[in-house]
Design a protein around this ligand. Sequence first.
Ligand code: PBG
Length: 327
Amino acid sequence: MIKRPRRLRSNEILRKMVRETRIDKSSLVYPIFVKEGENVKEEIPTMPGQYRYSIDTISGKIESLLDAGVTSLMLFGIPNDEDKDEVGSAAFSENGIIQRTLEAVKPKYPQMYFITDVCMCEYTSHGHCGALCGEDVDNDKTLELLAKTALSQVQAGADMVAPSDMMDGRVAAIRDILDKNNYKNIPIMSYAVKYASAFYGPFRDAAGSAPSFGDRKTYQMDFHNIKEGVKEAILDVEEGADIIMVKPAMSFLDVVREVSNQITLPVAAYSVSGEYSMVKAAAKAGFIEEDRIIAEMAVSAFRAGTNVYETYFAEEVAKLIDEGRIG
Ligand code: PBG
């Protein structure tokens, strides 16, 4: 036998030398929930180890992320129920939860990069991702709401905006309003390829954003499709997106691979709440080894072609990298 693949596996130094996938902590993004109130740090029941913070407690988490070497986060806002309305006006209010969080916290942490999720579902009384027309979301009316939301987040200090609503044309609408207001260099990370997925279940519980009727299938994608994902990605490239996201990650790595082959922008993958909760539940039951599963999930996303990896396990992934176990 001349060819023995095992030869390159015979020693740890050699195995690391020939690794095909290299990952680095600067690719990690941590999603974080901020809510109204004071002195709040409440654990999310469906996501053990993840919390909802108030503006005055979020700093503790930011410091722990920075200590771990995680330098990007994505903010999700949870308004008070009485501030929700038909069109989600609390999303673009100067006094909104995201706007106030950025004003209070951003100046204290210049080493942290603040991305904001742009969507209406946390702020609408009906929990859909935009303004309704009958029982469906009115695409074009929602574009204005999303653009106003993105602009107000940037005015409050967001470094990058990430629209997650899946309306057609929202990247162009957001690019246009940002440019008109002289925010030409604020990038847009578009959740271009976002599937209608049961993996978002724990998030909706965490953010109180489940739709009060129906589902999101008229705007989020059918999980049987991959070409449609490439189409969505290309449209958002044309509309001026800077980074294209695929979401969820774990069951959609074929889509990550295909999108990263087809476009020249950086690709992000979001390992969503349901992925996190499954790992936590199975580890708690003693069915799996949590850290090794986290390692394989992270590395597989990069192997599939992602450049940016958003995960509730960002600190754990950073630690695995520090320990030389992955990367
Ligand atoms: C808002 C939004 C959702 C997630 C990110 N942005 C929920 C949804 O579309 O229902 C899900 C993230 C997660 O599950 O971790 N539209």
